[in-house]
Design a protein around this ligand. Structure first.
Ligand code: SF4
Length: 314
């Protein structure tokens, strides 16, 4: 269903015969304070759109996102200005080179979320210094331009900007994938440390199952805009139920195994014309006629949600 203005846009799209694409459809997830939910999947699975919806950067056509019982407002709405959640939801983007202005100083970048909070200069500087210290940067960085920093330092600055308002929840969109392997490990360790110290709640977006294993408390595996499996990290990684999760995890090389890791056959289909039935059937070794005709219902198996016809018979 669409509210009036959205209906107009949808009508316009339909009249022009522009295909209507559902980037995320039917996702229903819960996350406890101080824990990490990983959204895991290949590119095109809807992870980033779901992350943007969670912090109010996108507006859902239907459904709600609640943080502490409060509905997340769209940042473009007037309701956002007076919302209790203003400043409490933050996002760190994949590539710090494009998410922060190269001509701004570190001080300007980190203090940006405080600009409309009517704080004194001293209060702002105190908060900036504290945020920099938390991410392992000292005062000597204050007046440096972000273009003079390394990729790892830029990502630390982006994280400082995200935590300066002491948020309830931070969405981290592939925060390490643009960095060298050694720097990736440093940033992941920093995120774990910050979560413990500030009791942060994370939604961590990644296509990398190794990163997911390191940081996740819960995992939602996504495929073509849908959550196909959702459960605790221990359950999902130790015994993946959905065939897509199984191939995704078996494509990760592990110490002690011989031979090459398995690769997933084919590519994620286009969201413009998704396959009928289960969207994974063109790549699934277990696909049956039922899979090609009907989208699988949700099954709960020992606290895990899974969408696959294999589990229909219990
Ligand atoms: Fe494979 Fe069918 Fe399960 Fe989809 S529903 S993952 S095609 S077995």
């Amino acid at each position: 269903t669409y509210p009036a203005r959205r209906r107009t846009i949808a009508d316009f799209i339909l009249r022009r015969r522009v295909p209507l694409i559902y980037a995320v459809n039917g996702a229903s997830l819960k996350l406890d304070r101080g824990r990490t939910l990983v959204l895991l999947g290949e590119s095109g699975s809807g992870k980033t759109t779901l992350g943007r919806l969670i912090v109010g950067l996108e507006r859902p056509d239907s459904g709600r996102i609640l943080v502490d019982g409060e509905e997340v407002p769209y940042v473009g709405n007037k309701a956002y200005v007076n919302s209790k959640l203003r400043g409490k939801l933050q996002m760190v983007f994949q590539d710090p080179s494009s998410s922060i202005d190269p001509f701004m100083s570190v001080k300007e970048i980190v203090s940006e979320p405080l600009t409309k909070l009517h704080l004194s200069k001293n209060e702002v500087m105190k908060a900036v210094n504290e945020a920099l210290e938390l991410v392992g940067l000292d005062k000597s960085f204050l007046n440096r331009r972000s273009s003079d920093l390394s990729g790892g330092q830029r990502q630390r600055v982006a994280i400082a900007r995200a935590i300066i308002t002491r948020p309830e929840l931070v969405v981290l969109d592939e925060p390490t994938s643009a960095l060298d392997a050694s720097i990736q490990a440093q940033i992941l360790n920093l995120l774990v440390k910050l979560q413990r110290e500030l009791n942060l709640t994370y939604v961590f977006i990644t296509h990398d199952a190794r990163v997911a294993k390191f940081i996740a408390d819960y995992v939602a595996v996504m495929y073509l805009g849908k959550v196909v499996e959702y459960g605790s990290a221990d359950d999902v990684f130790n015994e993946p139920l959905h065939p897509y999760t199984q191939v995704l995890l078996s494509s990760v090389p592990t110490v002690g195994t011989r031979g090459l890791p398995k690769t997933i056959i084919g590519e994620v289909p286009s969201a413009i014309s998704p396959p009928k039935g289960c969207p994974f059937w063109p790549r699934c070794p277990y696909a049956t006629d039922a899979c090609k005709a009907v989208y699988p219902q949700r099954r709960i198996i020992e606290n895990r949600e899974v969408y696959c016809h294999i589990y229909n018979k219990g």
